[in-house]
Each structure stands twice: as structure tokens, then as C-alpha cells.
Ligand binder design. Structure first.
Ligand code: FMN
Length: 233
């Protein structure tokens, strides 16, 4: 358990990467193999990874982000672009056939999943997109933890999706959802960025919205509760 905590707490968004470092193809494959263990709705596995190591393509990718990020994209050993499959349900029968053959899913369950998924996502592209975002986000986190576990640093990078699509030449079915730079950490400051305290992010049994004010947080009453609580920040 402490190993997991070490990995979790050592991961941070790296501000600089060592430009002389490189990563092997098998290391990249290893990281993606681990990231692909992520759960997804109906096991749809919406994620598609593009691992960019070519310096010229990384230079192009750097133009899709704001100036303070650019050097990181150039200096990282690999930049992963993770795309979401917006029509993942079209591949579901093929995916589930593997589980049925392996004996890990009953044929009737697979058939039920296929009809349910087609019904759910066929008419609701927005829901299909939300599922892709969920799956890719989870996979991205696993990728960053896997990278940390192998001694690499990472940083998620914001980007202009249309520009990125053009560079990678993706079809409309796949949308870029995450860009993650991975490499050897050369950050000078390594202080962990603090998180909100539990008192501001955790409530039990009913949702309690916390509204920050200048000196305190006003705990807004939920529909089930009539109490208003002030919490010291
Ligand atoms: C979707 C997403 C996009 C991000 N984009 C950027 C970015 O463009 N540049 C950057 O420096 N950090 C970026 N970050 C990193 C966050 O700023 C960072 O995770 C947060 O401040 C907490 O710091 P920590 O990860 O070091 O704990 C991004 C994080 C996420 C999840």
C-alpha cells in the first residue's frame, strides 16, 4: 500500500523535462499496456493513444498549446495524445466476443450489453461523448501513475483540439481529449500543490454545496436540509 502512496504522492505536473532524455518503444508500450487496464462502460475502451516521439511532430504539437507549455512538449521524451472513440459502441460485439470466448462473460450478458449500448448511444451522441471523456480521463490518470512508477514525470497539457486533429489527421469518429507529456523531470521546484481540505470536498449521505466567500465558506443547505453552516476556511 505504501508503494502506491509513494507513486501517488510523487506524481506532480512537471514544469520542465530533460531534453537529452529519451524513452524506448518498449517502455511506451508498457505504459500504454498498463493504462489499458482502466475500466470503461461495457468495457468499451474508448481510448486510442498516439505516442509522439518524433521531434518535428512534437514541435508541431507544441503550437497547439499556450506559450508557457511549449518547451515542455518539445523537451519531453514522448507526448501522448489520447483520443476518445465517439462511436465505440460500434465495436462492442467484437470486443465482447473476446470475453465470451475467454469465458469471462456469458453470451446472454454480452447480447444484453450490445443491445443496451446501441440503444443508449445510437440516439444520444452527447452521452457517447461523455462516456469517451470519462474513459479517457481515467486512462490518462493510470498512464501518469504508471509513468511515475517507472521513474518518469508527466504533465497534462491543454491544447486546441481542431489544430491537433489536423496535425494527427484524425477522422470525426476520434476526438483528442488529453495530451500528456512524459519524460525525465528537470523541474527546479518540486513542492506539492495543496489540495482543498476534506471539509470542503467531502459530504456524507447528501450533497452539501460549499460556496467560498472572502473569510469563510458558506455551506448551502441541500434540498433535504434546512440548515446553513458557516465553515472557517
Ligand atoms: C485536463 C488538464 C489539463 C491541464 N493542463 C495544463 C497545462 O496546460 N499546463 C500546465 O502546466 N499544467 C496543466 N495541468 C496540470 C495542472 O495544472 C495540475 O495538475 C494541478 O495544478 C495540480 O498540480 P499537480 O498535478 O502537480 O498536483 C492540467 C491538468 C489537467 C487535469
Amino acid at each position: 500500500m505504501s508503494d502506491f502512496l509513494d507513486v501517488l504522492l510523487q506524481r506532480h505536473a512537471a514544469e520542465q523535462f530533460d531534453p537529452t532524455a529519451s524513452i524506448t518503444r518498449s517502455e511506451i508500450e508498457n505504459l500504454v499496456q498498463q493504462a489499458s487496464q482502466t475500466p470503461s462502460t461495457f468495457n468499451l475502451q474508448h481510448w486510442r493513444f498516439v505516442a509522439v516521439t518524433d521531434p518535428q511532430i512534437r514541435a508541431q504539437l507544441s503550437t497547439t498549446t499556450i506559450p508557457p507549455n511549449r518547451q515542455r512538449v518539445i523537451d519531453a521524451s514522448v507526448v501522448f495524445v489520447i483520443l476518445g472513440d465517439l462511436e465505440a459502441h460500434r465495436s462492442l460485439s467484437e470486443i465482447l466476443e473476446q470475453s465470451v470466448k475467454a469465458g469471462s462473460l456469458a453470451r446472454e450478458t454480452a447480447d444484453l450489453w450490445i443491445s443496451t449500448a446501441n440503444q443508449l448511444y445510437g440516439d444520444q451522441p452527447q452521452l457517447a461523448r461523455e462516456e469517451a471523456v470519462r474513459s479517457v480521463s481515467l486512462a490518462a490518470m493510470v498512464l501518469m501513475l504508471a509513468a511515475r512508477n517507472r521513474g518518469f514525470a508527466s504533465c497534462p497539457i491543454g491544447f486546441a483540439p481542431n489544430q491537433l486533429r489536423e496535425i494527427l489527421g484524425t477522422s470525426d469518429r476520434y476526438t483528442p481529449l488529453m495530451m500528456i507529456a512524459v519524460g525525465i523531470d528537470a523541474s527546479t521546484s518540486r513542492k506539492r500543490r495543496p489540495r482543498l481540505p476534506l471539509s470542503q470536498i467531502l459530504s456524507f449521505d447528501e450533497f452539501t454545496e460549499l460556496v467560498p466567500t472572502r473569510e469563510c465558506l458558506l455551506r448551502k443547505p441541500s434540498r433535504r436540509s434546512s440548515r446553513t453552516t458557516r465553515v472557517k476556511s
